[in-house]
Design a protein around this ligand. Structure first.
Ligand SMILES: Nc1ncnc2c1ncn2[C@@H]1O[C@H](COP(=O)(O)OP(=O)(O)OP(=O)(O)O)[C@@H](O)[C@H]1O
Ligand SMILES: [Mg+2]
Length: 495
């Protein structure tokens, strides 16, 4: 006959004695049974308990198969819990976060936190198993970390669908926000040993430039920011039109107009890593391909001074302005500067087009040059370099941004004089910035503005002298009856 407990006390007593009997039997089994039998017993007890339990458990392991790469799911959950658990968990661990000046908290091992989603309660535990076997005696014990999610079976569909999707999406965003961004470079002339994992070396990327601090016409600035933000939010769009999620920018203009600064501002705006690709250090097209495959998404791949990097154009000018003749000597010079690199134009074009489709998405590729007109049109056609941005001499609006940055001035009686001079002479933002920089602790804002006015006046005098010299050459050539081309005049004037 079945015994029915009449009171609560009797029920607790029955339960207590059942658990005690079970523990006693289990202790005997552990003590006396052989290992195989014990394992057998454990396995079936576990199966029976799982069968009756209304809860479902999902484990997300740090490493799956490939021990070298952390599982993306684990990293996303870690990110999600770093924010969602830090409010409720009692034991937390702290790690250095973005820019090395803030600590990112996450739940400590064996800590349990509760989360709620559309009325359903779930539990997360951070756990680990220590594997007893070591591959070598001197290797540390292998710890296998994992997160375990527990929820009631009645929420199965919602948790395995919408909730996990929400965790992964939010977790990834949190990770991106907290990560330390990196500046990667491929070291020139360095032979990578075969055991080295990557061809890139990196440091933490901490450039302070932003679009806010850039001297640029406001409309142009707005247009570039919108273009970048639209790109970063267009994952679905690119997928729909069947195009790889990448965009090429060509930044061109005279030296010191902010091309490199803009790359840093782009990286800071979008929270991307930067890969500074030194083409002259790349042995050949195969190596170029390898480097590119190793880049990660959410990154900007930069080739600075593309015209100087390689003899891709067949022509070259010296930085600083004066054109150089296209003779043999120069070609040799280019070859020497580019080491023994055998990267070709077609290799570079393949890298921009072909490979992209295969290596994920969300990459910007930026070329900079001082001489856009000398680049091969194939290299910079739309579709490869989608947006061409000219960075030019400093206008008054640009000056105002720099005056605010450097001197904290929004207006000053000397601004009008500067505005007038800027309309007459060309000056790069780099030169304006240099003049606005206090040279001693005693320099006040007015002294810096005077320094700029003086630089502008000197530039004006120089330009006037050049114009006068050019005029003289024209007059002389007319007197002598000779015909002189525009280039010839420019050369004579510069003499
Ligand atoms: N548009 C700008 N806004 C703010 N600062 C600028 C700007 N352009 C140049 N500068 C200042 O001038 C310095 C040089 O600029 P940058 O290196 O970006 O020029 P660049 O166009 O890349 O020159 P190059 O063609 O020689 O590589 C920067 O450190 C920055 O302080
Ligand atoms: Mg530069």
């Amino acid at each position: 006959m079945e015994m029915v407990p009449s009171t609560m006390t009797e029920m607790w007593t029955t339960m207590g004695s059942t658990i005690a009997s079970f523990m006693f039997i289990w202790a005997i089994i552990r003590q006396y049974c052989p290992y195989e039998l014990r394992r057998y017993f454990e396995k079936y007890t576990h199966t029976i308990m799982t069968y009756f339990s209304p809860y479902i458990k999902i484990s997300i392991h740090e490493f799956t198969g490939d021990r070298l790469k952390r599982s993306e799911a684990y990293v996303a959950v870690e990110g999600y819990l770093s924010v969602n658990s830090s409010k409720t968990a009692k034991r937390l661990k702290a790690e250095m976060g973005k820019d090395s000046n803030n600590l990112v908290l996450s739940m400590d091992e064996y800590e349990k936190v509760t989360d709620e989603f559309r009325g359903a309660k779930v539990w997360w535990v951070a756990s680990k198993v220590v594997s007893a076997t070591r591959p070598m005696a001197y290797y540390p014990e292998q710890e296998k970390r994992f997160y375990r999610l527990t929820f009631h079976k009645r929420y199965r569909e919602m948790i395995t669908g919408a909730y996990l999707e929400h965790v992964v999406k939010e977790g990834k965003e949190i990770k991106v926000r907290n990560r330390q961004r990196k500046l990667y470079t491929n070291s020139p002339g360095y032979k990578w040993p075969s055991y080295k994992q990557t061809m890139w070396s990196h440091i933490v990327f901490e450039h302070p430039a932003t679009f806010g601090t850039m001297a640029l016409e406001p409309d142009k600035k707005k247009e570039i920011i919108e273009d970048l933000v639209t790109f970063s939010e267009s994952k679905e769009f690119y997928a729909r039109i069947g195009k790889a999620w990448k965009r090429g920018y060509l930044l061109y203009g005279p030296p010191g107009t902010g091309k490199s600064t803009m790359i840093a501002a782009m990286a800071n705006l979008l929270n991307y890593d930067v890969y500074d690709l030194e083409l002259t250090a790349v042995k050949d097209n195969t190596e170029l391909r390898k480097l590119l495959i190793e880049t990660t998404s959410k990154s900007i791949i930069v080739i600075e001074d593309i015209d100087c990097s390689l003899d891709l154009t067949g022509q070259r000018k010296k930085k600083g302005g004066k054109a150089m003749a296209d003779d043999e000597k120069e070609r040799k010079e280019v070859k020497e500067e580019s080491g023994n690199s055998k990267v070709t134009l077609s290799g570079l074009l393949n890298f921009i087009d072909g490979l992209w489709s295969a290596c994920g998405g969300e990459r910007l590729i930026v070329f900079t040059t001082n001489y856009v007109e000398k680049l091969d049109p194939a290299l910079i056609r739309r579709g490869r370099m989608d947006k061409h941005i000219e960075l030019s001499y400093c206008g008054f609006e640009g000056f105002k941004v720099l005056a605010k940055n450097y001197l904290n001035l929004e207006t000053h009686p000397l601004f009008d004089a500067i505005d007038g001079l800027m309309k007459e002479v060309k000056i790069t933002p780099a030169d304006v910035a240099e003049n606005l920089m206090p040279k001693s602790p005693l320099d006040d804002a007015e002294k810096c503005l005077w320094s700029l006015i003086q630089a502008l006046e000197e530039a004006k005098e120089e330009a006037e002298a050049e114009a006068a010299a050019a005029k003289k050459v024209v007059e002389q050539s007319q007197d002598g009856g000779g015909v002189c081309s525009e280039n010839c005049l420019a050369e004579k004037a510069s003499e």
